[in-house]
Structures are given as C-alpha cells and as structure tokens.
Design a protein around this ligand. Sequence first.
Ligand SMILES: [Zn+2]
Length: 565
Amino acid sequence: MSRHVTILAAAALAAALAGEAAPPKEAKASQADRIFVNGRVWTGEPRRAPVEALAVRGTRVLAVGTSAEIRRHAVKGTDVVDLKGRLLVPGFIDGHLHLLGGSLSLEELRLDDAFTFGALSGRIRDWATAHPDARWVTGGGWAYAAFPGGLPSRAQLDAIVAERPAWLVSYDGHTGWANSTALRLAGVTRETQDPPGGAIVRDEKGEPAGALKESAMDLVERLVPKLLPHEKERVLKNGIAQAAAWGLTGVHQAGIDAEELELLRSALEAVPRLRVYVALDMDRDPTPESLARQEELRRRFSGDRLRVGAVKGYVDGVVEAKTAAMFEPYPGGGTGLPNWTQEELDRAVAAYDKAGWQVMLHAIGDRGIDMALTAFERAARANGTSGRRHRVEHIEVPRPADLPRFKADGVVASTQAMFPYPNQNHLGVYVPTLGPERARRALAFKAIDDAGAVQSFGSDWPVFTAEVVRGIACAVTRTTVEGTPPGGWEPSQRLSVEAALRHFTRDAAFAEHAEEEKGTLAVGKLADFAVLSQDLLAIPPERIKDTKVLLTVLGGQDTWRAKEF
Ligand SMILES: [Zn+2]
C-alpha cells in the first residue's frame, strides 16, 4: 500500500509543479480509469490467492480484490470490462528472444517441423518457384533430424536449387547449409581453413560438404543480401504486434548492435506495444573506449519501453552440432567448441561486472555452464560486487552439482520453455547426441527450481515460437501438441502451471532488475496484463496449448484484443 500512496503523492506533486490544482486526495485518488471484474486474477504475488478483479488508474494498478471491492473504484466514465470468469494474468515477459530474427520468421522461407528430406525439399522448391526474382534462396528452421547422420549436404541442396546460391540456417541458428553455388561464390574450397570457433564440415575427400558450423557460417552469411533498414523496421513492427497478440508485454532482446537498436527504437515508437529490455552484443575484449560507447547506449536507452541493461556473449555452441562444450566426449568424439579460454572469459566478464553491467552468457554444455559460473564468481570476488544478477542462458546440460551455484552466486537461470519439446529432432538427434547419462540431466527445469535458482523463461524466438501458452504447455506436459511421448519426455522435470506462469512473469521481471515495477499484479505496479480464454490453473494440462489470448494490456492500454472478446 505504501508504494501506491507514494506514487499518487508524486503524481499530485508533479501536477502541482505543472501549475494544476492537486486533485482532492481521497475522492480522485481512488477513482479508476478502467476496472476488470468477474474474473479470476492470478496476481503472481507470493502467498496471495487468486482474486476476482482489478482496477487501473493511468498506467498503474490501482487495486486488486473482489468484484464488489473493485466496483467501488468505478465512477462515471470508468471503463468496465466484464471478464466473464476468464483468467487474468500479469503480462507475459519473454526472457530471451531475438526480435528481428523472430519477426523475420513470420515471413521468410521456414523449414520448421519438416522432419523428412521430402518435406524440406518441397518447401524449398515451392519458395524458390514463388520467388523467381530473389537472388538468393535463403531462410531457416531446418532440423538436424531431417538428415541421415544429422547434417545436410550441398549435393542434397544442389538437387533442389542449383543455379541460384542457396543458404539455409538450422532452427537453432548455429549451422548453415549451403549449395555448391553459394560455396563457390564464398570461395570456400578444400584449401579453406576452419576459422577460430567454427568448422567447415568436409566429405571423405576433404571437400566442403555443405554444412558450416558456428563462426564458419560467416563465410557465406556475409554474401547474403541484407534487408534494407526500412525493410527491417517494417518486419519488426509486424513482430511487435504479433508478440502483443501472444500476451507478451515485455521481452528481453538477447544481443543487438547499435544500428539494429536504432531500428528497434523507431519500430517501437510506431508500434508501442511492448517493453523491451536489451542486451547489447558483448565485446570479446572490452576496452575503455568500447565500454564508453556501450555506456552511452545504456544512458540513452533507459526508459521503461526500451532499456539497455545487459551484454550478451556466447561461451559455446549447441548440442546437435556437437559444439556445446562438454566435460566428456560426444558419441563419435569431440567435446565441443568453447569460444573462449577461461582466462579470456574471466577478463571480459570482470570488465563488464566492474562497469555495472549485467552479463548474459549463452552456455549449453556442462563445461560451458561451469565456465560461465566460474567467470561470474571470479568477477564478483575480484571486483567486490554483488547483485549484478548475471545470467546463464539456456543451461541445457548442467552437472547437478553446479545447480546450487545459481542461488549461491545470485545468478539467474535463463531457460527456454520449449527446448524440451520432444519432437523428432529432439528424440532422434538431440537425445542420442547427448547419450543416456547426459540426456537424463538435460533441460532439468524442476531440478533448477528445486535448487532455489530464480528461473526466467523465454522462447529464443525464432528458435521456437514466442507464443507463450505453447511454452507453458511444453514445460507442464513435456509432450508435443500431439501429446507424445505419453506422460512426457523426462516427466520428473515437468513443472506446475503456477511455476511456469511465474517464470514467464515475476522471474523474468527479476531477471531484468524490474520486479518492483512489473511481473506481478500489485497496487502501484505497471498495469501490464493479459486475459486468457481458459483458466490454465483449472484445465487439464493437455488443453493448455489451445488457450487463446483475448486481451493484452500494457500500461493500462489495450495492445491486442481478439475479435471474440
Ligand atoms: Zn538466443
């Protein structure tokens, strides 16, 4: 309550300073602009049972309570919304996505869920035919499971597209698939050396086979025609509108450069339907000059709609490409490709930690995760800092013994709710690539919770859809939308609906240092929330996936309203 009073007092003071008469205290301060009654409101506040109704004044929550209590805040002109028993939840916050890539995935050639070569080639051929003027055939989303051995070849792509260069990126963004024309244009031959942190996959004769891993992707990627800035902005605006329609009021952008940040700013000005927390691309070797440049961006982008607060780097790669850094070898050999030595990582992390940055480190393999946690621990010790809320992103295959380090170090566990989605790629490539011992401890959301870590959920859009109810459904059931495998994959790691909701709201807000402002519905917090078609807390888990978002409200204003609501 005190918080609410403080905000209203500040508003009155601001009004007085602006030369307006301060409103009579008791009368107006309790008047709502909008009330939402006759629903079930899951506030996300600890130890608070669901309530029925909520009142909004300006951009903030004025009150929560029973419908009768909330109706007392209504006056002439108050907008009254009858929830008709529907569930109202805090606005979803996606703790890890890539807005431009995700937005692009809504319109480019997509190969998601094509698990056979026949399905893939059909889609590629259709797209190439429909876009005769495209100089390149490009897109993404293919799954390793579509190829015998887990990796595609240029010969396969040549058979579909030969004259034009073709370049298709895997669903996780860590492997590229080129045809012979693309490799020739890029000058990639048997003589080309693997770049640091990357690999050119070769056939038995030593010729480039068509798959390029990690940093080797740049060899071809740099030739692919880029979207013009105004095209990127248009794509972003569509993506922002789509995110609002999924019930998102906030997202964390996991890495961006200064130029794209500018485009994001103008897209958000045109379509003000999301709050975006931004991690800049992390410098491998930060210098006083580079830190000053990033500091300038942090100073410029510090509003509640677009806020720079973190940097993001990559410790390792991904499981399917065997680039995630592991303590023990993969079947067939190799322990992954860490992008840094521990000393290099320590140095960079300490420099950012000292300068007050939150550091987000992509780390998937057990060794990569250990490296990230070690770097955070050493930085805190060396700098005498605490409370930075550094984050490990993905945390796919942690050693169980490393989980308590998250709580002990105050490090946020940033995981992706759909990563355990048990489709053919997951069961046919991911799990066998890990081997049985590692597979059992992979994507262990329940174990992360049980270790007392703050776990923030995201999508990694475009890796998986940012449709939050799909993420909640996956975390709760660990099955596909078809309900397979029965009982779920590694069912001991299933979460309750409540836990999944918390990770997509309160914990994601904590992960961006904003839990005082949002993530739960309490008096004085931002009026960011969503109304769902079904009561997730009451329906059988297998029905969660069918939930529609009926209304999304950001700072008291509708950003999405379904026709049927
Ligand atoms: Zn990502």
